[in-house]
Ligand binder design. Structure first.
Ligand code: G
Ligand code: G
Ligand code: MN
Ligand code: NA
Length: 254
């Protein structure tokens, strides 16, 4: 209850910030975008990680306005970078299932997108569970939002229970291989085979693949050689403040 009250205050007083973890093309190492990750800049506790408040925010419904704030902030920041001369970046924002099912989401997305040239390349990261419950509705909702030019990444891929047929049915653009499968690559043969199978399967459905949790040069080379499209992880860069990310993007521009 105290946390809920504090989260309301955090929204009102704009205590949330977004950090940006770089995503690069596997073959060139050039930056293609980032995953926006929320932090709570708490007046006493300092930077609070999402693991400590997202679940509570989902339970009490505050994830809806918090998630809306994150979408707005990501679009604002990405337009600011564009205006500062940065090459276009695809910014991926995590959307919780609770927020995805909210009837107002398509309208929110529509109104926050700028018109014309500076249009933000926004991507929504959803998990397999979003596709599973109420899938008819999820499908039409995905298509409605996609018509505004938004792309989708399927987060934590492989950890859920969705069947491969979901990938064919829903308008997903990118599959993100969960970092638990990347961790023991390339030494663990079953994980290595699994990662290879996900990449090949995604490609045969015309989807791109991002590997998460890339921490070593061996993992990077292994994934690149399998044809994985994009890489994300501590080897590439940890989640960075907006200023730090801008410097990273300049240094690794296409
Ligand atoms: O930043 P960190 O590595 O601690 O992120 C932990 C988890 O918090 C991630 O799995 C991510 O999905 C979730 N998360 C981060 N930012 C957001 C956000 O803006 N909205 C939602 N719903 N989840 C987020
Ligand atoms: O949305 P998702 O659940 O994928 O959230 C990404 C989380 O993974 C963030 O909390 C981020 O800090 C964390 N993360 C990002 N890169 C790495 C990595 O290379 N190794 C590990 N262990 N965690 C990572
Ligand atoms: Mn994510
Ligand atoms: Na993930």
């Amino acid at each position: 209850i105290q946390l809920e009250t504090d989260l309301r205050t955090a929204l009102e007083q704009e205590q949330f910030v977004l950090h940006y973890q770089p995503i690069v093309a596997a073959t060139s190492g050039r930056v293609v975008g980032a995953e926006a990750l929320i932090r709570w800049n708490h007046p006493r506790r300092g930077m609070v990680a999402p693991g400590e408040f997202i679940e509570v925010a989902e339970d009490c419904g505050l994830i809806v306005p918090i998630g809306e704030w994150a979408l707005r902030e990501a679009v604002r920041q990405s337009c600011a970078w564009r205006e500062a001369g940065q090459s276009p970046l695809r910014i991926a924002v995590n959307v919780s299932g609770v927020q995805f099912r909210e009837p107002g989401l398509p309208e929110i997305v529509r109104t926050l997108l700028p018109e014309g040239e500076g249009r933000a390349q926004l991507m929504l990261e959803i998990t397999e569970s979003v596709l599973m419950d109420g899938s008819e509705e999820a499908e039409s909702r995905m298509r409605e939002i996609r018509d505004y030019g938004i792309a989708y990444a399927l987060d934590d891929f492989g950890t859920g229970f969705s069947s491969l047929s979901y990938l064919k049915r829903f308008p997903v653009d990118v599959v993100k291989i969960d970092r638990s499968f990347v961790r023991d690559c390339p030494d663990d043969h079953s994980d290595a085979s699994l990662v290879e199978a996900i990449i090949n399967m995604a490609h045969s459905l015309d989807l791109s693949v991002t590997a998460e949790g890339v921490e070593s040069v061996e993992q990077r080379d292994f994934l690149r050689d399998l044809g994985c499209d994009f890489l994300q992880g501590y080897l590439i860069g940890k989640p960075l403040s907006p200023l730090e990310f801008a410097a990273f993007a300049r240094a690794n521009a296409p």
